[in-house]
Write a protein that binds this ligand. Sequence first.
Ligand code: SF4
Ligand code: FES
Length: 281
Amino acid sequence: MTRKEASSTGGAKKQVTVTINGKKYPADEGEILLGVAVREKIAIPHLCYEPSLDPYGACRLCMVEVIKDGKREMTTSCTLRAAEGLEVVTDTPAIVKYRNVLFELYLAEAPKSEVIKEMAARYGVTKTRFLKKLDTTDSLGNKCVLCGLCVRACNEIMGAGAIGFVNRGPYTVVNTPYFEPTKDCFGCGACAKVCPTKAVEFEDRGSERVMTSWSGTKVPLARCDCCGGYYAPKALAISTLAHITPSLREEIAALCPVCRGRRIARDEILAGRGGGAGSHG
Ligand code: SF4
Ligand code: FES
């Protein structure tokens, strides 16, 4: 069942009880087991779990063993749904062995990622037997583990489709098509926000946002008419304004959020609706 299907069933969700490492926890029926573990502060390492996207199971780090009818089966907890009586364990010798090899692979894949180093060290893995893949030209700073979250956020959440997987096999990287600046990027930064290894970088330089990780794609920033500051990518500022009532939109269109707030507060006070010191009886 996809996230959309789960939410389309509507109404109050049925409560079930799941067992993790021998302890019982409440959950919504169909809830992602890794989500339950995160909520209950049960440590299961994970990289590619993002609650706003459908589960994908790319990084394989979140393995658990499901115990059913006396048998055990390893599966990713980010694709496992809570059901009455579900029982899992998180740290069996088989899981630890599998996970440690994955940590070694990720240490080699993303040798500059402090996030990976710290996560692996928490589970006792500080070295890798695999060849380190250091690339001095890598626009993701040798921190990318190819989990695909940035690509999915750009495509499925923002609808921009500005980045994707480029090349094949061991040469696969994430970038813009043909490693060229793209007009499809809004400069929203969703890619950077979801990246579990903090590999994606961008910076605001004057009137432009420069997506340094994405072939130096440049996105114009909107400027506030009141304070003169650049505050958000123009395309995003325009699409946000589309949700505001026309009369208000006209008044605040060219203002940054701070000046917008001040203008609205000033208008409220002048109209006697401010609820400030002078308005109580
Ligand atoms: S840049 Fe970050 S989010 Fe994108 S694939 Fe690499 S690790 Fe995943
Ligand atoms: S978080 Fe489950 S496979 Fe990545």
